[in-house]
Design a binder for this molecule. Sequence first.
Ligand SMILES: NC(=O)c1ccc[n+]([C@@H]2O[C@H](COP(=O)([O-])OP(=O)(O)OC[C@H]3O[C@@H](n4cnc5c(N)ncnc54)[C@H](O)[C@@H]3O)[C@@H](O)[C@H]2O)c1
Ligand SMILES: N[C@@H](CCC=O)C(=O)O
Length: 546
Amino acid sequence: MATAQLATFKIPPVSNEPMLSYAPGSPERAGLQAALAEMQSQLPFEVPCIINGQEVRTNNIQKQPMPHDHARHLCTFHEGSPELVEKAIAGALQAKDAWETMPWNDRAAIFLKAADLASGKYRYKLMAATMLGQGKNTWQAEIDAAAELADFFRFGVSYVEELYAQQPPKNAPGCWNRTEYRPLEGFVLAVSPFNFTAIGGNLPGSPALVGNVVVWKPAPAATYSNYLVFKILAEAGVPPGVIQFIPGGAEIVQAAIQSPNFASLHFTGSTNVFKSLWKDISSNLDKYKVYPRIVGETGGKNWHVIHKSAEVRNAVLQSVRGAFEYQGQKCSALSRLYVSRSVWENGFKTQYLEEIAKIKVGPCLDWNNYMGPVIGRRAYDNITGFIKKAKEEGGEVLIGGSGDDSKGFFIQPTVILTKDPRSTTMVGEIFGPVVTAYVFEDSDYEKTLELIDKTSIYGLTGAIFASERQALLTATNRLRNAAGNIYYNEKCTGAVVGQQPFGGARGSGTNDKAGSISIFYRFVSARSIKENFVGLEDFHYPSNLV
Ligand SMILES: NC(=O)c1ccc[n+]([C@@H]2O[C@H](COP(=O)([O-])OP(=O)(O)OC[C@H]3O[C@@H](n4cnc5c(N)ncnc54)[C@H](O)[C@@H]3O)[C@@H](O)[C@H]2O)c1
Ligand SMILES: N[C@@H](CCC=O)C(=O)O
C-alpha cells in the first residue's frame, strides 16, 4: 500500500550524548566490567558478510587479533570476494527504491533508534569490542563507540531535517518553486578506518540517512566493533540490502569501483590509499553513469605552537593529552610541537617530561593504564622505525623511544627534540605516540608560523597556546590553510559532533566536515521543481506587440 504523510513532523531536539565517568564504584564501571568479562569468556566471535540481510560465509577466513595480546584474536571474519561485491551491489540497487521513497520521518526514526541502542542497550558491548579489538582504554572507548556514534546518528537526523527545509526563497506570481534532495543514482561505497568505531558507523550511516544504499567495507582491525554497529542499524530498522556489510581488504574496494553504478566513495583512512583510489576512480570515469562524489578524510601532521605568553601548565597538560591519548592513533593527534624558548626553558620542558613519565602503558583492561597498544605489527614496526630514523638524523630522545611487542604492541610515549624543523618526524604522519619538539627563539614567532605552514603536506588540526590575543590572531591568519580544525589554548584532538565540525584540507582530505550539515550535501543531488498554477493565454510577450 502507498504511504501517506499527513503532517509535517518535527524531529525531537538533539543534544550531545552525556559522557559517563566510569569512576570507581560507579554503575557504569560495573556495567562495562561485566561486558568485558562476558566478551572475553566468549571470544573468538565469528563475523560473516551480510548481504540483503543474510549472513554469507565465504570461508576465506581472516582474523582480527587483539593488539594487547596478539596471539589471541577477538574474531574471525569471512572476507568478501569480487563476486560477492557484485551480488551486494545488485541487492542494494533492488533495495534502493523502497528506501529512498520511505517518508523522511521514518528514516529519521530508524537512526534515532539506532542512536539510543548504541548509547543504551549496547553501550558497554560496543565499548568492550572497541577496547579489546582496537586497544582503547575506557575513556577513549566511551567518547568514541558510545558518545560519538550516537551523536553522529542524532545530529545527522537534525542536519538532514535542516537540509530538507532549505527551499528556494522566491516564487514568481502563480508559481511554487521547490527543491528536493535526491539520493545519488547508484550506490555509495563506504570504506572505514580502524581507529574510530563511530567513524565506522558514520561512513555508511550519513549517506544512508539521506536515502542512499551503501556497500560498507570496514577496516580489518575494527571488524568486530563495526559488525556490532551494523547489527544495531539492522535492529533499529535499516532494511535488508540498504547497507551491505563486506569485511575484507583492497580487493573489495577495487571490485566496487569497477561497477557502472558506483556513485560515491565515502572514505576515511590514510592519504596514500585515498589518493590511489581517487586515481583509480578517475581512470574508470567512462564506465560510470554519474560523476562519482569522492569524499575522503585522511592523515594529519598536527601541531601545537606555544607562544611566549602561553599559560605553561595548561599548554603542558593539553600537549600530553593531545599527543598520547589512544597512543597517538587519532588523525588529529599532536605530532609536532613548536615551543618558544623562554617557555621551554622556564618550566615547559621539565613539566612536560614529568607528566609524561606518569603515563602508564599496558593493556587497557587495567583501569590504571592511560595508554594501550598500537593497532598491529605494521603500525608497531612503522612507529619504531620513525623513532630510529629520528635518532639517526640527530634527534634527541627526551623520554620514551622504546617498545615491547612480545605480548602486545606497546610503545612508550616518546618525545624527540630536534634542531632540524624539517627532519623526518616533523614532516610525515607517524600515527603513534611520538612527538617531535622544536624550540624557537621568542623573537621568531612569525617565522615559526611560516615554518609550520610550509613543513608538511597536511592541513588537519592545530592549536595555538597564547594569552596575548594578537599572538592568537597572527597565528590564525598565517595558518589559515594549515588546519581545518584550529584550537585556542586547547589540545588539537577531541572534536565533538555538533560543536566542531571535523575535517582538514590540503593532503588531509576533502574537508566535507563530518558532524555537520555539509557532509550531507555530498550525498544528495538536488532537483529543482517549478509548478505553474496559471495557464498561458498567448505565447507572445508584451514586448512582441506593436
Ligand atoms: N581525517 C580524518 O577524519 C581521519 C579520521 C580517522 C583516521 N584518519 C586517518 O586514517 C589513517 C588510519 O586508519 P587506517 O590505518 O585504517 O587507514 P588505511 O588507509 O590503512 O585504511 C583505511 C581503509 O582503507 C582500506 N584500504 C587499505 N588499503 C587499501 C587499498 N590499497 N585499496 C583500497 N582500500 C584500502 C582499509 O582496509 C580500511 O578499510 C590515518 O592516516 C589517519 O590519519 C583520518
Ligand atoms: N574527531 C577526532 C579525530 C578522528 C580521527 O581519528 C578528534 O577530533 O580527535
